[in-house]
Design a protein around this ligand. Structure first.
Ligand code: SF4
Ligand code: SF4
Length: 357
């Protein structure tokens, strides 16, 4: 594996720093962690690497447990990413609570920042950390975990929460090959016989087979009755979603207003894609769908229950299997639009999950 740094970055780091950055890049690459392309294309633009520990879906405690019970581990992951990217700054973005206290104590005296996250969802650290917008590499807890594992040679912790209709909801370290059924058993078993697992939680999760492992990096296995509205929505075929888009979509653009990727300045506009698809526009013209992270925020605000996130998930899967890639996006210095934030304390009620609080 041949890796190089841009000449300007190598000159800034010097021979020793360059060798260290390349060595860490190699270890990360072997673990499947790639740096965003813009970091090397635009030397000097990257200002900080952010470990985002505030993006747990409702009912998940995975990031909190990773931070509180494996603090040095998650810090090692963040420092590895900073070294590989040659970032001047490193920061954690953490919700109020035990994780904030643990990480603040851990980094005391170190050149690592800890920022308190706003109690809103999805998290948007680029907006809330000074100097971060358009200049940050934001890493999820799963990437921090894999980065720490790549450097230490130990297996990743793979913390996953099993919650919802189970007897003992909990966050647990998982082993490769453990199936959804194994994890539900470790959480005391399901409360109903017709249980179904939404991997990734809600909104935005996908249905998983009981006897398959959850997808890599799953933070939450949400166990629900098959009759739960979230399960019915996840099972809705594309044709039904498009029929609803044709007959019920108000064109209100609330889905695009709340979309964190649109707010970052990308060209993703779910209202536009949904309208184009509903009118039968061909897939290749809609490659912006590949910018969608599947967070599901658009589903939560849609007043007509069109389900834009599900429609985009179908579209992205088709585009990806056809070999399409997302269109290149310009890097912006300032947000293109104001952020619409959803208060976390209302999410459970809105999702019909209050009983599992
Ligand atoms: S699911 Fe996709 S389109 Fe919807 S808000 Fe999230 S990133 Fe935007
Ligand atoms: S929020 Fe719903 S109704 Fe409004 S434009 Fe988006 S899909 Fe249509």
């Amino acid at each position: 594996m041949h890796l190089t740094l841009p000449p300007a970055t190598a000159a800034r780091l010097g021979p020793e720093g360059t060798a260290r950055a390349l060595a860490v890049r190699k270890q990360l690459a072997e673990a499947g962690i790639a740096l965003p392309a813009w970091i090397d294309e635009r030397p000097g633009r990257l200002q900080l690497v952010v470990g985002d520990l505030a993006d747990d879906p409702p009912l998940s405690r995975s990031a909190e447990v990773l931070a509180t019970e494996h603090g040095p581990w998650v810090l090692a992951g963040l420092l590895a990413l900073r070294t590989a990217a040659a970032a001047p700054r490193a920061a954690f973005y953490v919700p109020d609570g035990a994780a904030l206290g643990t990480l603040s104590r851990l980094v005391s005296g170190m050149a690592v920042e800890v920022h308190r996250a706003l109690p809103s969802w999805p998290s948007q650290p680029e907006r809330d950390i000074p100097g971060a917008f358009g200049r940050a590499w934001v890493a999820s807890p799963a990437v921090l975990d894999r980065a720490a594992a790549a450097l230490s040679g130990e297996p990743p912790r793979r913390v996953c929460t099993v919650a919802g209709g189970v007897r003992r909801p909990q966050a647990m370290c998982t082993a490769p090959g453990e199936t959804v059924r194994d994890l539900v058993r470790r959480a005391g078993g399901a409360l109903v016989a017709d249980w179904v697992a939404l991997c990734g939680g809600a909104p935005g999760g996908t249905l998983c087979a009981r006897d398959e492992p959850p997808p890599a990096g799953t933070a939450l296995v949400l166990v629900l009755s098959a009759a739960h509205p979230l399960v019915r929505q996840a099972r809705r075929p594309l044709s039904e979603g498009l029929a609803r888009a044709r007959t019920a979509c108000l064109g209100c653009r609330q889905c695009s207003d709340v979309c964190p990727e649109a707010a970052r300045g990308t060209s993703l506009r779910p209202h536009h894609l949904v309208a184009q698809l509903a009118q039968g526009r061909a897939d290749p013209a809609l490659a912006e769908a590949l910018l969608c992270t599947g967070c599901g925020a658009c589903d939560l605000v849609c007043p007509a229950a069109v389900g834009p996130a599900g429609i985009l998930r179908h579209l992205s899967a088709r585009l990806a299997s056809a070999g399409a890639s997302p269109p290149r996006q310009p890097l912006r210095d300032h947000p293109a639009r104001p952020a619409v934030r959803l208060p976390r304390d209302r999410l459970l009620q809105q999702l019909g999950l209050s009983q599992y609080r």
